[in-house]
Design a protein around this ligand. Structure first.
Ligand code: SF4
Ligand code: SF4
Length: 376
């Protein structure tokens, strides 16, 4: 059960850990904790986003339950991560969406967005998959089903809102963590200066290589206490780079369109190659993370957040699977239906980005940047 006051519990636990310091070699959380004299909300939000929930400090802790201190750092920091997502969400009214996410809400939202796409295609007069225009099918002409202007208006509007919401949330998080009041005076020079190029590079390298998922030289736990493998790191890599490749594919296609080279593009063209590679990454990564999520030790995480994780994973997986199906079936009579379904799911994924597990990647990168700055 989630602690009724995660901030107070976080302060208690970090105060005990700061006196004990047994786990200081495990990850970035403990050295960052040692640079602090007190643990207020800003400090705890920052420390929570440095934790990647490997569970090592729970398994090593001599004060874990049944000890009366009942120290559980991974669970408490997991609960605090959710608190930090909500505290920085924009607009604030939508913050509670983090707790409403689940596989069921993702499916319902995707169904609603597919309906929106279908209505848009019907309004364009070309949505009937029962009698598709044979010439447009042969030419894999997506714009015959949903005109380019309609796609730009729908996705452009949602995308702009999503970028603003993510940007405001990230700026709020950065502002708070760089002014965290618990930082010791001898380390507080970090507040007054910006990260240098070297510090930025160190942080970006740690984020891109998932350095701390190898923690103290050993792989992360992927099941219980004794089960370690590189799988969790590999599946995160597949998901991250799959997402990046899909974004690159869309960007290259947009540039091509601007240059007058309109879709569809050949199977060996850059947008299709990038999209196919990204799509497979987004099949393997999310499927693997879903699988590992079911195997991991519930005691080391916050079971209440499983629906949040799974809702996001299901949308990622549905996006990639329908995208690959659309690529395979783009010259068949199923193309209009596949297109409408795929675009509806992509739109649902976009809408949930600022209020779902996606923000974890942004806040974690920002926390690593602050850590690199404080350390140097
Ligand atoms: S988790 Fe336990 S063993 Fe590790 S530093 Fe904290 S109190 Fe000490
Ligand atoms: S769970 Fe892992 S990453 Fe999180 S504080 Fe403990 S050792 Fe560090």
């Amino acid at each position: 059960m989630t602690h009724p006051d995660p901030l107070r519990e976080g302060e208690r636990i970090m105060t005990v850990c700061n006196a004990c310091r047994y786990c200081e070699g495990y990850c970035a959380v403990f050295p960052a904790m040692e640079m602090r004299a007190s643990f207020q909300a800003a400090d705890l939000h920052y420390l929570a986003n440095l934790c990647h929930n490997c569970g090592e400090c729970l398994y090593a802790c001599q004060y874990a339950a049944p000890h009366e201190f009942a120290i559980n750092v991974p669970r408490t920091l997991a609960e605090l991560r959710l608190v930090s997502y909500e505290a920085h969400a924009w607009p604030g009214l939508l913050a509670r969406a983090f707790r409403r996410q689940s596989v069921a809400t993702s499916v319902a939202l995707a169904a609603a967005m597919i309906a929106v796409m279908l209505l848009a295609a019907m309004a364009a007069g070309n949505a009937s998959s029962a009698s598709p225009d044979p010439a447009s099918i042969r030419a894999a002409d997506f714009y015959h089903v949903l005109p380019h202007d309609v796609m730009v208006a729908l996705f452009g509007g949602v995308f702009t809102f999503v970028l603003v919401a993510l940007g405001v949330g990230l700026a709020r998080f950065q502002r708070e963590t760089t002014r965290a009041p618990g930082l010791l005076p001898q380390a507080s020079g970090g507040r007054e200066t910006r990260p240098t190029y070297t510090e930025t590079w160190t942080a970006m390298r740690a984020a891109l290589t998932l350095k701390y998922l190898r923690g103290h030289g050993a792989d992360c736990t992927d099941g219980g206490q004794e089960s370690r493998s590189p799988l969790r790191r590999w599946f995160h890599h597949c998901t991250f780079f799959g997402f990046l490749l899909c974004a690159a594919s869309t960007s290259v296609a947009a540039v091509y369109h601007g240059l007058g080279w309109t879709a569809p593009y050949g199977y060996l063209s850059l947008p299709v190659l990038l999209g196919a590679a990204g799509g497979w990454g987004l099949v393997v990564g999310p499927a693997g993370l879903y699988w590992i999520g079911g195997r991991r030790d519930a005691a080391a995480g916050d079971p209440a957040q499983r629906p949040l994780d799974r809702g996001f994973i299901v949308l990622l997986l549905s996006t990639s699977v329908t995208g690959l199906l659309l690529l395979a079936g783009r010259e068949t009579a199923a193309m209009p239906a596949l297109l409408v379904i795929h675009l509806g799911i992509v739109l649902a994924l976009f809408i949930t980005l600022p209020y779902g597990k996606f923000v974890h990647g942004l806040y974690r990168a920002a926390a690593l940047m602050q850590y690199s700055h404080e350390r140097s």
